[in-house]
Ligand binder design. Structure first.
Ligand code: G6P
Length: 369
């Protein structure tokens, strides 16, 4: 086991640090940004069906469901196809409306999640086209789908998903761009720029990993907190959910993720000097809005930890702690902004003496209901 951990103390930290390589592996052979080439062979036979879909339904559980939420924003923005994201466990039991012109994308790291598999069978029985985005080659979900693309992140051992999440978003972004381009829904210049942006992600993730010592120091300050709030908007909203989930899973600290603007409809009541609030506030279309949300939290004496774009001075003057990450296209930002949150939850859990790779009550793959 020590050898498998490759010198790292836990699988989780090894897998977090593998991300520049795992994202690179996921893009390799599919993306050639300089030549404007993008091709996912696994969905080629269904490309017309997808471009003509009435609707895309994304089905998943846990962290994979969060990757689905990021994909919803990307698909709607660039493909102009309506998208719904569903928890597999809800979808399978609620008599959903599904038809032959629906395309279902099932996302699963393990490819064995029972609820996701059952949801696939239900959608298939109603005539939908089913695509899979899975990590484990030859697992049950890829075998149950019509087509799909593997994430090629390599084995993920830590129960809390890290590198599988970023690989899922990478594949889903490629899928969306391939479909948008085929459909003629995206301007050529925007498409070409996004391919270059995608190509640059592994190096930018590597830069985020350099923040590890700084994040360890911040973790020390918050390791005894009993609650955490994670807030983001737009593409960073699912990242807030994922950051909160990571912390809950491995450190057993209660954490909630929320869209920052929804704070005023409830969570703001929780804010006092003891409440750490993590803002994912990188420069994007909703930047000014999230700056006001930070001010609202500071006015109530909350402790603000903000993930910001490198060189941001505005938030630096308000937040208690800032974590600066490289700039990227906002649609791809989750691939970057999630990394410091993975590190934060890892360090806090280690400092609390938790079993980070095998947290209590959780399983890597949930093959029963
Ligand atoms: C379990 C795991 C999570 C995972 C979820 C969905 O809860 O602990 O890390 O996100 O299942 O699993 P899947 O393999 O379908 O992505």
């Amino acid at each position: 086991e020590a050898i498998e951990k490759g010198g790292y103390e836990h699988f989780m930290i090894k897998e977090i640090f593998e991300q520049p390589r795992s994202i690179g592996d996921c893009l390799r052979g599919r993306l050639n940004a300089n030549e404007g080439h993008l091709h996912l062979g696994g969905i080629q036979d269904y490309i017309n069906k997808i471009t003509n879909a009435d609707r895309i339904l994304i089905i998943a559980c846990g962290t994979s469901w969060h990757a689905g939420l990021v994909a919803e924003y990307i698909f709607e923005e660039f493909c102009r196809i309506p998208v719904e994201v569903e928890y597999a466990s809800e979808f399978r039991y609620r008599n959903p409306v599904v038809g032959e012109k629906d395309v279902v994308i099932a996302i699963s790291q393990s490819g064995e999640t029972a609820d996701t598999l059952a949801a696939i069978e239900l959608a298939k029985s109603k005539g939908a086209t089913i695509l899979g985005v899975c990590n484990v080659v030859g697992s049950s979900i890829p075998r149950a789908t019509h087509a799909g693309s593997y994430t090629h992140a390599g084995p993920e051992i830590g129960v809390a998903s890290t590198k599988a999440f970023t690989a899922q978003i990478s594949v889903l972004a490629m899928m969306a761009l391939m479909i948008a381009h085929k459909k003629g829904a995206i301007k050529e210049s925007v498409y070409r720029n996004l391919l270059l942006e995608l190509d640059a992600i592994p190096d930018k993730v590597a830069k985020c990993l350099d923040l590890n010592p700084q994040i360890e120091i911040i973790s020390e300050k918050f390791k005894n907190a009993t609650n955490f709030l994670y807030l983001g908007r737009g593409y960073n909203f699912p990242v807030a959910l994922e950051g909160a989930l990571k912390l809950k899973e491995i450190s057993y600290i209660h954490a909630e993720g929320y869209p920052a603007a929804e704070m005023k409809h409830g969570p703001i009541a929780l804010i006092d000097e003891n409440m750490p609030v993590v803002f994912i506030a990188t420069k994007d279309g909703s930047y000014e809005k999230i700056v006001s949300n930070i001010q609202e939290v500071k006015a109530r004496k909350g402790q603000v930890i903000a993930v910001v774009t490198e060189g941001d001075t505005e938030i630096g003057s308000m937040a208690d702690h800032i974590i600066e990450v490289p700039a990227a296209h906002e649609a791809l930002m989750p691939l970057i902004s999630v990394v410091p949150l993975q590190l934060l939850s890892y360090h806090i859990a280690v400092m609390r003496g938790c079993n980070v790779d095998q947290p209590r009550n959780l399983a890597k793959s949930v093959t029963v209901e």
